[in-house]
Design a protein around this ligand. Structure first.
Ligand SMILES: [Zn+2]
Length: 203
């Protein structure tokens, strides 16, 4: 599993595709994208409360079935709240549903391409239709070492091995986020340029 920083950067990549999708405030919007990209790892919480943080991790909540369920629930919530603004009137359900699904799946994709040395290896990707676990044969990301006890779970994350894993994630996904930001800035500049030209010729 990549660290939260890796998943957050994947969220930033998607935010660059549709900035201001959930909230008009840029930072609030970015934080929400990052939060949704990390959401599947909320399956650590029940285990942490029981004293065994890994107990439910990489279970049913790391699957396409969970992605569909969360997307439907989240989109239903936005539909009731008449948000997000950027989704428009017709897309108040399907727009947010698609974006939440994509963000959840970005997490599954990164986990799929991470080295996993703790059984069961990988993710039950097609739950509830199949309980079979999947993992990429050639991982991009290094495994994260962590304690199996809640008491020292968080301190156990701070070690040299995990720092190397974090740096790798920042290099790979940070580059993608920067490239996405650059492409978005270029597209915005072009559309502004076209708007100004249209204004001059129209006047
Ligand atoms: Zn995960």
């Amino acid at each position: 599993m990549p660290l939260p920083i890796g998943h957050a950067l994947a969220g930033v990549v998607l935010q660059q595709v549709r900035p201001g999708f959930f909230f008009t405030n840029r930072w609030r919007d970015a934080l929400f994208f990052m939060l949704l990209a990390n959401l599947p790892d909320a399956d650590f919480l029940p285990g942490l409360l029981c004293g065994r943080p890994n107990l439910y991790h990489h279970g049913a909540f790391h699957s396409l079935g969970a992605a569909l369920g969360v997307a439907a629930l989240g989109a239903g919530f936005f539909c009731l709240k008449k948000r997000p603004v950027a989704a428009g009137r017709c897309g108040r359900f399907w727009g947010p549903a698609a974006m939440i699904f994509l963000l959840f799946c970005s997490h599954l994709l990164l986990d799929l391409f991470a080295l996993d040395l703790v059984a069961p290896f990988g993710l039950p990707l097609f739950w509830p239709f199949s309980g079979r676990y999947f993992i990429a044969s050639r991982p991009f990301f290094i495994n994260i070492t962590r304690s199996s006890a809640s008491g020292d779970f968080f301190p156990s994350l701070f070690n040299g091995h995990n720092l190397a894993a974090a740096l790798r994630e920042v290099v790979i996904l940070g580059s993608l986020a920067l490239a996405a930001a650059w492409l978005r800035a270029r597209a915005e500049k072009r559309s502004r340029g076209r708007g100004e030209k249209g204004g001059i010729s129209g006047g």
